[in-house]
Design a binder for this molecule. Structure first.
Ligand code: XMP
Length: 514
């Protein structure tokens, strides 16, 4: 294994992600918990020192255990990690004055052979790197030489080849350092990693960890039918079997046949304890007459928690709540906590539940990114069709039915959505589109069908491309596709006589209509 000592950088998890991509097993440990003894027990083959927000010039700032540097292990220091190495090995670091943020270019220092962990770099002269530092190294520790410099960091890349100590001022783990991965790869190969770690190994490790954390206690999990909560549920089931109970809260705002499909998949394929909490009457009852989007969201969010709690209370002795929190959720909540960000929409989740119910959290996906969760899902046997599904919001069809929600409108919406998605699949477009859905508009319009006048609902169809849902662009359908879809929806769904195509990108629109 490789040990990453975390000094608190926002991007430490990206180091782990790059290493997983190289099929290398690594563990991140916060610097506070790493001692000489824990390192000896872990017996890593190599160590990476991460970046961090502190300044090594500040008294009491974080350090690595001094003994680490005498263990004969290859060490790679990144940003703050580089400064820690210099400080602890006899070099010097200066604070302030030379801050550098963002894109920079480093050039090779004269006379370096650029082999070993630097092989394959500088093939075009310079390398683009991503900097984010306030301090910089001013004097190298004995044994080190300069490998490359940037205008603002004379010691941008340094090495002590005898001891296999390497350090860089920039962040090789981020996307904006295009060749950073080459460096990390060279480093791990040099350290003797063959790259035999797989998602299958991750699955086994997580299962061990869950067993260790949970012991013989009971766990409850809110299953939504989405990828994250499904992978969480299945992984936990594999780890602790019947100690797990999943609650699937059916709020009556799901797509056509969705509730049954989810329940069947979990009961038939995984044989896990699943409570199908069909509470659609409760939810739709409470939503009657509600048309304000925020009131809708809050009503659904609050009911969801109440319902979940009601079912959870029936499971005697549950001590843990399992959640499918992903790494991006973790960084967002850290970097924005207390920040001045505005609420655009109250997002629906089970946050706040654990404290209220006195439950401890199990979050087996906390280290993973979405595409890795999908890979783990495949590893756990979830069908591709399920893993590749478009995102679906917690409040469900409620936010695709602007204005007041009625059962009649929901039925029309479900059918129109099913026809639309069927069209997209038939044309082989599903995987090209990030999210597609139909919405039902809060109005009726006049039409003519056969020889008669109609006065029916209008449906809007929406399809966007996006990477993370934060921004989105409209998917450009062809006229033929749009025409065919319009005809099918109006012919196949009773109660609709008009179809709109939503052209709005995000911003200015949001993806959902409410
Ligand atoms: P918006 O509409 O904010 O949506 O542009 C961005 C993405 O988030 C989904 N979404 C939600 N997901 N709970 C969720 O789990 C919610 O309350 C929620 N609201 C929006 C939306 O479907 C899109 O993928």
């Amino acid at each position: 294994r490789l040990l990453i000592i975390d000094f608190g950088s926002q991007v430490t998890q990206l180091i782990a992600r790059r290493l997983r991509e190289l099929s290398v097993y690594c563990e991140i440990h916060p610097y506070q918990s790493v001692t000489e003894q824990t390192i000896r027990e872990m017996d890593p083959k190599a160590v990476i020192l991460s970046g961090g927000p502190d300044s090594v010039t500040r008294e009491g700032s974080p350090r690595a255990p001094q003994a680490l540097f005498d263990m004969g292990l290859p060490i790679f220091g990144i940003c703050y990690g580089q400064q820690v190495m210099m400080e602890q090995l006899g070099g010097a670091v200066e604070g302030g004055h030379h801050a550098e943020y963002g894109r920079a270019f480093v050039s090779p220092a004269e006379g370096h052979k650029l082999d070993g962990i630097f092989a394959g770099l500088f093939t075009e002269g310079k390398e683009q790197v991503w900097m984010s530092h306030g301090d910089r190294v001013t004097k190298l520790a004995p044994g080190f030489e300069v490998v490359a410099t940037s205008p603002n960091a004379p010691f941008a890349m340094i090495a002590d080849e005898d001891r296999k100590f390497y350090a860089v001022q920039f962040h090789p783990e981020v996307h904006h350092t295009p060749n950073g991965k080459t460096m990390l790869e060279n480093f791990v190969r040099m350290a003797g990693f063959t790259g035999d770690w797989t998602m299958a190994s991750y699955r086994q490790e997580m299962i061990e960890k869950i067993r260790e954390q949970v012991g013989d206690k009971k766990v409850i999990c809110a299953l939504s039918g989405g990828v994250d909560s499904s992978v969480t549920g299945i992984l936990l089931h594999e780890a602790i079997g019947d100690q797990l109970t999943c609650v699937f809260v059916d709020h009556g705002l799901l797509r056509l046949n969705e509730a049954q499909e989810v329940v069947d998949m979990f009961r038939n394929n995984y044989n896990l304890n699943l409570i199908h909490a069909d509470e659609s009457d409760l939810f739709l009852g409470e939503l009657e007459g509600v048309s304000d989007p925020e009131v809708k969201r809050k009503t659904i969010g609050k009911l969801f928690i109440d319902v979940f709690q009601k079912y959870a209370d029936q499971i005697e002795g549950a001590e843990f709540l399992a959640q499918g929190t992903l790494y991006p959720d973790v960084i967002e909540s850290v970097s924005f906590s207390g920040g001045p960000s505005v609420t655009i929409k109250s997002h629906h989740n089970v946050g706040g539940l654990p404290e209220k119910m006195g439950l401890k959290l199990v979050e087996p996906l906390r280290e993973l990114f979405k595409d890795e969760v999908r890979a783990l899902g495949r590893e756990l046997g979830l069908p591709d069709s399920f893993i590749g599904r478009h995102p679906f919001p917690g409040p469900g069809l409620a936010i695709r039915c602007p204005g007041e929600i009625t059962r009649e409108k929901l039925d029309i919406l479900r059918q129109a959505d099913a026809v639309y998605i069927d069209q997209i699949r038939k044309h082989g477009l599903y995987d090209e589109i990030w999210q597609a859905f139909a919405a039902i508009l809060p109005m009726r319009t006049v039409g003519v069908m056969g020889d008669g006048r109609t006065y029916d609902y209008a449906v809007a169809i929406r399809a966007v491309t996006s990477v993370d849902g934060m921004t989105a662009d409209t998917y450009p359908f062809t006229q033929e596709f749009l025409g065919e879809t319009m005809t099918r929806i109006i012919n196949e769904v009773k109660g609709v006589n008009r179809v709109f195509y939503d052209l709005t990108s995000k911003p200015p629109g949001t993806i959902e209509l409410e």
